[in-house]
Design a protein around this ligand. Sequence first.
Ligand code: ZN
Length: 422
Amino acid sequence: MSPSPPVTLNARTAAPPLPARTRLAVVIARWTAAVSRRLGLGSGGVIGGRVALALDPSALRRLSQGRTVVLVTGTNGKTTTALMLSHALQTLGEVATNGDGANMPEGVVAALVAKPHAPVAVLEVDESYLPAIAGEVRPECLVLLNLSRDQLDRVGEVRQLERDLRAVAATLPDTTVVANCDDPMVTSAAFASRRPLWVSAGQRWAADAVTCARCGRTVWRAGSEWGCECGLARPDPQWTLIDDTLLSSQGTALTLDLRLPGLANAANAAVAIATADRLGVSPHVTAAQLRTITDVAGRYRRSQLSGRDVRLLLAKNPAGWRETLPLLDPRAPVVIAVNSSEADGRDTSWLWDVPFEDLRGRPVVAAGARASDLAVRLTYAEVRHTVCRRPADAVTSLPPGPVEFVANYTAFRDAHQQLRDD
Ligand SMILES: [Zn+2]
């Protein structure tokens, strides 16, 4: 397959002027967000976005017109990849982005409202909202990172998501779909695109792609290759990540040398570099930008709490845990905090898919609203542990020194807030 030429920022026709209704929606949304911030109710983004959509249901489409938009979706790595891309693309111009992780329609609109004149937008999108948002935005690039089980009660079945993403890819003929070809699920979806851009970014969690998304037969694997009798098979990648080196089929080779740890972040970087390259940013420029990132919305940040040197890590589903476990300092005790509020998904059955057996022999504290469920799982994994529901107490129950604190979504958010305020 011959590579498509890079997209340039002026490839799109100039945006039509915003209608009065959209302009009014933007003004009132910005005012609402400012009031919300002043009252100490948070960043105000989501409420502002909600107001904008209530006043003008076409706000998403109208505010996207005339911009170069990249949508980033997948089960894991959305926030990190969107942050990486916004660093890379700021070399082209101002970037509107929902860096706070508000990835449903109101958060996406809020990001556009906050920077109405930014020529570029990098938007993380919740995978279940991607069809609706992509249909309105019609992005220049759609990044499909990976698909695996997550929040089964809210997001639903991986296979249904794949079918939905496949349908979206088929309806966006002008969109470059950047996909990890080591994940058979996103590959199946991206094959529906007229402009796929394949990145071999690796995939350690394969349990959700044992059978083919297209026909249900068993997917065969041999080294990095995979395929199915029906003809679905791993395409030749334009970009290949090998350890810390990213190679392009055009002969570019660069060392990532990120400050963010782990293979998952290297995979996110590979996808970000390939996407930015398609949009006209040199891979070397992007790689240099990515080396300046040291944390992602508090993840990997170290904080002090009563003499404990706490490193915050986020893991909210089995594939995320598979990437996080190898990052843990073997000398440090581990606090695991699990909540199950609406934003986490109420169903915690995923705990049984995480290989907690890897933590045997080291001190572990179970914390969070679902500490008891976690404790049962740790017991079956034969991991000796204590239970301390309040995360801060869990940390201080350990001796002074380094502590690895791994939490799912709201438990992470609360701990990050608390450690920042202390
Ligand atoms: Zn098949």
